[in-house]
Design a protein around this ligand. Structure first.
Ligand code: HEC
Length: 126
């Protein structure tokens, strides 16, 4: 009896399909692993962001240079109360006040990115 010449191709095709199934199953596992990693990684990033980047933490920046006049809880002192400053000024206007000063508030306490970070944080205080 002659061998059916199609059989080797059929075997290869079946092997190929099996390989595809194995690869995609492995892919699904990997995808889940990556998703878990991303979830954990996100948390880690947030944690380390809070720990290491003190200079980009607006609250820290405020405590360092603004709290002496505006109070540690924004309630004011030598400077006005800032607890609802976001309802009076936009982030841009607050940034302008930080960079250029206002009345007896000295200019240049923060400039550039730091001024923007503090301004955006204060603009949320409404
Ligand atoms: C030396 C004291 C002093 C420091 C330090 C200081 N301020 Fe002020 N700030 C003032 C005074 C005084 C005013 C009121 C100025 C005026 O209206 O004539 C003021 C006004 C402001 C206003 C406008 C408030 C309003 O209702 O008009 C904002 C916003 C502000 N300060 C933010 C900041 C931020 C942010 C910092 C830190 C980077 C800071 N200040 C540091 C004294 C200070």
């Amino acid at each position: 009896m002659r061998k059916n010449p199609v059989i080797p191709f059929a075997v290869i095709a079946v092997l190929g399909i099996v390989a595809m199934i194995i690869v995609s199953a492995a892919g699904i596992n990997q995808r889940e692993a990556i998703q878990n990693q991303e979830e954990n990684g996100g948390e880690h990033q947030e944690e380390s962001g809070g720990d290491t980047a003190a200079s980009s933490d607006p609250e820290q920046l405020f405590q360092n240079s603004c709290a002496s006049c505006h109070g540690g809880d924004l309630s004011g002192g030598a400077g006005p109360n800032l607890q609802e400053v976001g309802s009076r000024y936009s982030a841009e206007e607050i940034q302008d006040i930080i960079v250029n000063g206002k009345g007896s508030m000295p200019p240049g306490l923060y400039t550039g990115e730091e001024a923007q970070i503090v301004a955006e944080w204060l603009a949320e205080k409404q």
